[in-house]
Design a protein around this ligand. Structure first.
Ligand code: TMP
Length: 228
């Protein structure tokens, strides 16, 4: 069964392929809420959706995620961290994202490779040329068609993380300086590839942000939709 509503001349139907959308931003930016609202809207449009995330979108990935985020692993070497994120991503692509796209689904993924560039490249200040061949061979051919970036100032992100009231995970415990570098990393990516990004002000209300995402995605996916 074609998971897409046959009345719509969508971009996915034209290509006979699925469509891959990543959601990115600093911790606390609200991307997980927006991803869920986008999924609900697309489902109402009759579109078959897969919601997933990185790290941790597969069984193997869940184990990798627990290593990466456990605050007890404070001795994890930066380069090991980098390779664990890549391992999670390659597993996720092969096991989950690519089969879903082949089945014609719209894949909504909570983070993808931009997070590695922003967090490990800019945040940790790692030289990513060392992983260039892995990225070129296994990841770059499968970049998302669209990336929704929820932008907030690093100071607001940190305040929101602290408001959770729990001890943050290993990444959430990073310094303000770290999050400032990550934020600058995302900005640089937008400047390099403006056509791939939908940028939204994540300090707006949940509904306002959702409306902006629906409006932009409707045009891109060629849906005649309004916010419900
Ligand atoms: P999450 O809280 O959005 O699920 O992401 C988990 C943490 O992992 C978050 O602090 C961002 C971080 N992260 C990286 O540092 N590099 C990556 O490649 C990814 C996917 C996430």
């Amino acid at each position: 069964m074609n998971p897409l509503n046959s009345n719509r001349n969508s971009a996915m139907q034209r290509d006979g392929q699925g469509f891959f959308i990543a959601f990115e931003g600093l911790d606390g930016c609200g991307k997980t809420t927006q991803l869920k609202k986008t999924a609900d809207w697309l489902c109402q449009e009759g579109i078959s959706v897969l919601c997933t995330r990185e790290p941790g979108g597969t069984e193997v990935g869940k184990n990798i995620r627990s290593i990466l985020l456990d605050p007890a692993n404070s001795n994890l070497v930066d380069q090991s961290e980098l390779l664990l994120y890549l391992a999670d991503r390659i597993q996720h692509l092969q096991e989950c994202i690519l089969p879903a796209k082949r089945a014609g689904k719209v894949v909504l993924c909570d983070r993808f490779h931009d997070a590695t560039v922003a967090y490990q490249g800019y945040g940790r200040q790692l030289d990513l040329t060392g992983i260039h061949s892995i990225v070129q061979k296994w990841i770059a051919p499968h970049y998302p068609e669209i990336t929704v970036l929820l932008e907030i100032a690093p100071e607001i992100a940190i305040r929101r993380i602290k408001q959770h009231g729990e001890i943050g995970d290993r990444l959430e415990q990073e310094s303000a300086l770290f999050f400032r570098r990550v934020s600058a990393g995302y900005r640089t990516l937008v400047e390099k590839m403006p056509d791939r990004f939908i940028c939204v002000d994540a300090t707006e209300s949940i509904e306002t942000i959702h409306q902006k995402i629906v409006s932009d995605l409707s045009k891109i996916l060629k849906l005649k939709s309004s916010v419900s």
